[in-house]
Design a protein around this ligand. Structure first.
Ligand code: ADP
Ligand code: MG
Length: 650
């Protein structure tokens, strides 16, 4: 007998916490407990099917039976799958193995800390009992996750799990009231399934009243009809089993025989999420390789899209046998797609690892990524509004493909949507952009940053707007990378508006400006620029006049040969770059302030002038979301200038 058996053990701390949440019913849709138990039962059947490949003696047609016993007040779910040893019972049901649950708890911790920071000291983030009434972080979050086995404690005050590992001569009982401890003890073989697991829920009073045959049947039909094992129900003790679903895997059925609801349920089972799929893609490939693919694009953004290991994992079956639910099927930039691939021609008798390294699998992966991108293209064309949602959620991930998969760039450019200076709400394609090119415009202009609103207010784009030139506003970190490597679109190169010279003088202004009397004399400007450069000597590489500006007096620009300032900042944040290079201060010679300053250069006392120059430089920094070079200096200069202004009655 293994040493895990016959002992009372404490739950891992995280489990205890999760259980506390379950017991206090923070999730209102309690029906999901059955979905979770059925999905575990089906998984166990699939695991056995896989083990039977190397040990045919274990093979058995899969079956799941739900039994209701009104007198005992129990509901049980029994499978004839792989079962668990004493050790496995303690590990699987006493710790948190799944990454989704772990992520949930991490996220929960963060949400609780936030809530606590915001609330008074009275608030008790650990007491979710009242969360039906008010919106608690737990209730918000838990809807996004499949919570697995422990959800049983939403409807049960004791759970007994009888299990016998296939091929073993021992059976064990795991039992817990969900309050911090559980026991695992050996039981006679006849008390457990021949192989597999029986989960017995001792229902709470409320659940007893709710969970009758009709209700159970409805839950099974709604949530679990696409499971890869047939489900039967025994409505009362000693009764005859009745079949609720046939256990034919959904993707093996013809598309025409599947309803949108069935697809959506399957998606939820597959993803452990609770939203609807935004796009369902289901096809059978014939020809050189034969396989079936069922893939879903979620309609909401998962919390961990940009954390964790960014790989496109999915379920890989070979002739309906689950090989692994963790196969790297998709490229990283499609990692938001939930996917099942069932191959007919990968040899089944090789190991999991070898299957994933096989040339057939490589060919399938390539074809699958291509097809999904193609389907996204069609979706974008036929249902642009729905696609816009998808792009909003996953565009930042898809754009990684622009950088990582040059061969897919054209297809990605065709679906990419952008916010621009003229369309801040987004939705512009590069085709739209190119169709709106202005006379003499030779490039596709962009500005990198963090936030579209702020980008739209950048001084760097004023001169472009004054000429009716649209500027792509690129707020995602990945943007800084793909614009460097993409050669261009329809023969037009991508060019940053915050780097190098602004070659836009040849593009006519929408409203040409008259030369005014106030215009600064070129000689004065030259002296002013020299003085500015001298003043800002350590801060900037150069000071020069610019066509880039219209309303603002100054802005900062990266030198032509260096890195874009945004990319530089990104790299510096990630410790990949020592110090950032010096920017160029560009000056709007037609701005009234600059014109006035140019007239002051002849005066002997230059202190005020220097104050103003530094303030202008700090203003340019502020407009980029940075801080003034030195806060005390900034404050004292500003104060001096204000005193002057107020005294002279300005
Ligand atoms: P998940 O199914 O996502 O892994 P669960 O909380 O639902 O998370 O289950 C935890 C683990 O317990 C499973 O991974 C599995 O190893 C084990 N398990 C649960 N139910 C069964 C079952 N009916 N048969 C065999 N193993 C099971
Ligand atoms: Mg599960």
């Amino acid at each position: 007998m293994s040493e895990a058996a016959g002992r009372t053990q404490a739950f891992q701390a995280d489990v205890a916490r999760l259980l506390h949440l379950m017991v206090h019913s923070i999730y209102s849709d309690k029906d999901i407990f059955l979905r979770e138990l059925l999905s575990n039962a089906a998984d166990a059947c699939e695991k056995l099917r896989y083990e039977a490949l190397s040990d045919p003696g274990l093979a058995a047609p899969p079956k799941i039976v739900i039994a209701l016993d009104r007198d005992a007040g129990t509901l049980s779910v029994e499978d004839n799958g792989v079962g668990m040893s004493a050790q496995e019972l303690a590990e699987s049901l006493g710790t948190i193995a799944r990454s989704g649950t772990r992520a949930f708890l991490d996220k929960l911790g963060a949400a609780e800390r936030e809530a606590q920071d915001g609330e008074d000291a009275e608030a008790q983030p650990d007491a979710p009992d009242d969360s039906f009434g008010r919106k608690s972080p737990q209730a918000d979050l838990i809807g996004q996750f499949g919570i697995g086995f422990y959800s049983a404690f939403m409807v049960a005050n004791r759970v007994d799990v009888y299990s016998r590992r296939a091929g073993s001569e021992e059976a064990n009982l795991w039992s817990s009231d969900g309050k911090g401890e559980f026991t695992v003890s050996p039981v006679p073989l006849e008390e457990a399934p021949e192989h597999g697991t029986r989960v017995v829920l001792h229902l709470t009073e409320a659940a007893k009243a709710d969970l009758d045959e009709a209700r159970v049947e409805r839950i099974v039909r709604e949530h679990s009809s696409a499971l890869a094992a047939p489900v039967e129900i025994i409505a009362q003790k000693g009764g005859e089993p009745r079949r609720l679903s046939d256990g034919q895997a959904l993707w093996t059925r013809p598309k025409s025989a599947i309803t949108p609801e069935e697809y959506a349920d399957f998606y939820r089972t597959l993803s452990g999420r609770f939203d609807e799929p935004a796009l369902t893609i289901h096809w059978r490939a014939e020809g050189r390789h034969e396989y079936t693919v069922l893939a879903f694009v979620p309609s909401s953004r998962p919390f961990d899209l940009f954390s964790g290991e960014p790989t496109g994992r999915g379920k890989l079956y070979v002739r309906h046998v689950l090989i692994t639910d963790d196969a790297e099927i998709l490229p990283r930039w499609l990692r938001f797609v939930k996917i099942v691939v069932d191959s007919a021609d990968i040899p089944l008798n090789v190991s999991r690892e070898m299957i994933q390294e096989s040339p057939v699998f490589a060919a399938i992966r390539k074809a699958v990524a291509g097809r999904i991108l193609q389907e996204l293209g069609k979706f974008a064309e036929h249902e642009p509004e729905k696609f816009a949602e998808v792009w909003k959620n996953f565009g930042a991930v898809l754009k990684e493909g622009l950088y990582e998969a040059p061969e897919k760039r054209d297809a990605l450019f065709a679906i990419a949507r952008f916010a621009t200076s003229t369309h801040q709400d987004g939705g512009r394609t590069l085709k739209d952009y190119v169709a709106g090119l202005r006379e003499n415009q030779t490039a596709i202009y962009y500005l990198l940053g963090d936030d579209v609103k702020r980008l739209a207010a950048s001084p760097q784009i004023e001169g472009f707007s004054a000429r009716g030139v649209e500027v792509l506003l690129l707020p995602d970190p990945v943007d800084a990378f793909w614009v460097q490597t993409a050669a261009g679109f329809e023969g037009k190169p991508f060019k940053s508006v915050s780097q190098g010279a602004a070659d836009i003088a040849a593009i006519p202004l929408l409203e040409p400006k008259e030369e005014t009397e106030e215009a600064a004399r070129p000689a004065d400007l030259a002296v002013l620029f020299a003085l500015m450069k001298q003043t800002l000597e350590d801060a900037v590489e150069d000071v020069r006049a610019s066509d880039r500006l219209a309303q603002s007096p100054v802005c900062l620009i990266a030198p032509e040969s260096g890195l874009d300032r945004r990319l530089e900042r990104l790299l510096a944040e990630h410790g990949q770059l020592g110090a950032a290079g010096k920017p160029i201060l560009e000056v709007n010679p037609k701005h009234p302030l600059i014109e006035a300053l140019a007239k002051l250069v002849a005066q002997p006392d230059k202190t005020r002038l220097e104050d103003v120059v530094w303030l202008l430089y700090d203003e340019a920094r502020l407009m980029e979301g940075e801080k003034p070079q030195s806060a005390p200096d900034f404050a004292s200069r500003l104060t001096r200038v204000l005193i002057d202004a107020v005294r002279t009655g300005a």
